[in-house]
Design a protein around this ligand. Sequence first.
Ligand code: F6R
Length: 355
Amino acid sequence: MVDINDAAAIKNLDTMSMHAALEGLPAQCANAYDIGQKAPLPRIEETRAVLVTGLGGSAIGGDLLRVYCQERAGIPVVVNRDYNLPAFADENTLVFAVSYSGNTEETLHAYRLARVKGCRVVALSSGGKLAAWASEEGVPVIPIPSGLAPRAATGYLFLPMLAALERLRLLDGIDGAVSEMVAVLRAQTDSYRPEVPSDINPAKQLALEFRDRIPVIWGASGTTEVVALRWKGQVNENAKAPAYCNSFPELNHNEIVGFEQPGELLNRLWIVLLKDKGDDPRVAYRMQVTNKIITGKVAGVTEVASAGESILARLYSLIYLGDWASFYLAALYGIDPGPVRVIDYLKGELAKKQI
Ligand code: F6R
């Protein structure tokens, strides 16, 4: 275990400089949007759907795009975390094949299928086979800088797609929203960085609440659900600890019933309610009532609210808090947040066998 008020000790544990990547996220986002402005794009007569295919840290940007487009673009955005593609994918489908490493087998397989089906494909990657194959085949590649853990590259794995949709006239008004988001993230960095002590650092406070407990993160369908999934993944990958997520209103129809027993396990859960000013008032009220139902049955409940004006800033402000909290949770467990040896092992084992 590391004292989370000892910035030097935290950084010492962090062999992949995840803290530097976190501090660099605002600049990464600004840069990522610029990359998207200049990136090559495919020619497409009429875009009827957007499909983002990727896994893990390379898929969450697709979820952000889906949520962003839900009320703002006239076409569906579908996220595909699989080897195969949905049947609707055709020459009117814009496919972003996203893999930070460029070597994730599911994404490579889905890329191949998208090419066979005649989809309009763009590769978003820092290199690997995906970038190599796409370049050889004349498929546009949006090149992003290498050297980060994929989950530390969410700006690069999301904003170029947003910029691309703006350039294809499927969205508008992105520019101002990105600037605001970067400003909000910069302000948050000043409160969340390792030098800021836990009594005034909300990310460290959350990590202390999560320690020796299982975080359960609840967001709202269509918006903060993506943040809940991100927090879960970040606790898993950074702190190497379990976490679970769900969304309102669905969880009110099943999960909420399961808070009666066993008491000693319920007492190990820490619930987070993600709140956003864009929440449907009926959903906001559900959160209030739900909080009352579970308070006293679980170890604790924390409500966190998004910051900023645009939906982009609001969602990212919550993502950033969870990223930092999971980073500090790793420190509390004395774990190096960077390496994800189990994922590396699985990828290695799968690569050995042709199925
Ligand atoms: C590791 C991480 C993983 C990877 C996933 C897919 O930091 O976040 O979830 O993103 O294993 O790999 P890539 O992103 O290289 O396609």
